[in-house]
Design a protein around this ligand. Sequence first.
Ligand code: NOJ
Ligand code: MG
Length: 532
Amino acid sequence: MDVPDGYRWWQAGVIYQVYPRSFQDSDGDGVGDLRGIVRRLDYLEWLGVDAVWICPVYPSPMADFGYDISDYCAIDPLFGTMEDFDRVVAEAHGRGMRVLLDYVPNHTSDHHPWFVESRSGRDSPKRDWYIWRDPGPDGGAPNNWLAHFGGSAWTYDGRTRQYYYHGFLPQQPDLDWRNPEVREAMLDVLRFWLSRGVDGFRVDVLWHIVKDAEFRDDPPNPDYVPDDGPYNALAHVYSTDRPEVHDIVRRMREVLDGDADERLLIGEIYLPVERLIAYYGENCCGAQLPFNFQLIELPWNAERIKRAVDGYEALLPLGGWPNWVIGNHDHHRIVSRVGYAQARIAAMMLLTLRGTPTLYYGDEIGMTDVPIRHERIQDPYEKRVPGLGLGRDPERTPMQWDDSANAGFTAGTPWLPLADDSAVTNVEAQREEELSMLSLYRRLIELRRAEPALSVGPYTPLPGAGDVFAYGRRDGPRRFLVALNLGHHDQVYPLAPYEGVVILSTLLDREAEPVRGALALRPNEGVVIAVV
Ligand code: NOJ
Ligand code: MG
């Protein structure tokens, strides 16, 4: 892609997240794989994205579907071979696309040789690579820390009579990042993949990797709602987001910066914005993009979203680059959260706000959450904390490519069921359909690529009106106004003193219409206006 002068590829570009199990199967085992990804790179090039982030493809017992890694420097045979991986990189690069990998530094699998060694005895040389503690005074867990997927974060090892800490599943023991040997070994993992041509990493649960040195109890969460799951009963002020984490983020970044071309460090961080921005690091020597999940978390309301966007823009540190996300493999799909009509507004927002957008596979065709019958549940979260709708299978179902069997995803039995509507909602059908969600995404990406104002230009807050969220973007003389109707009724937005021409409507039927004075927006309509 052409990057505007003075900007980096990851500032101007669009990132596309592939959940490899569900993107494209090539060998009929019902699970997506690397050769499948290669097969679909032409599609991603056509869509216009600049980077592909691939969720974990490393050897794993799959207790958490790849987020429990037993070897950081290899490929799980389920996904293919190292040669297949090298081909993904080469073929993506050949199309001008970057490749980002998932990096999971907080925990390994309990099958990782490091942990097997660590649990073998108290005097194991790897004992202090993990977090082992004696039982508490009552003989129970060392403190009250909770595991994200339910229950205590401590599991007792009868043989060595100590507990080990795991912020997620018991099969995902946390590494002790205070140990310099762990740091070096894990930074070597980054070096390994950089040397294979990877362009950056999305770092899993970055805010978890350092825990309180004194292991103080987490206090109760005053805002706890039981529907959010038992983990949220506590405020995780000691088990996560400790100040020492920032030194580690800086070291990760240093490893990436050692490389000629600029590599990208994205941090997965679920924290209030005030704490999130600390992950840019001092002088922005931390993560270039601490993931900003506000559009996933906020109620879908024009006033609330405007306040959040303006607030985020105002809080960013000097040199800190914004980013936006509307979906990922851990949250219900945007269409299921806000409805199909508003998901088109979300698409326009994602691709016209200032900041790097990350797009979750399938959202570009408006995939919905797929209800999963009890006997087909895969996600350990749903199995351990059932019935609250916290399970993540519904948003991880196979990509819908065409109207053939299993939507062209697999010749075998898919690991998760296909959506009922896959014969209609699929890439092939929507490519031909001028007004489809896919056409909208493609047009938005194309527009963003063509207009630096929309990728890297400054953001100008504009007054809201009713359900309308509006803002300006500019690049020299090129000025745009984006007006998004987040409601289901007609709205009128007072445009003056601006006037212009509609460049794109989310309904794709209003191009070149001159607008001045009062801008009429139909229910669930958003427009990009070129200001004249
Ligand atoms: C965050 C990942 O996105 C999620 O899918 C995973 O279960 C946890 N981290 C644990 O690695
Ligand atoms: Mg396969």
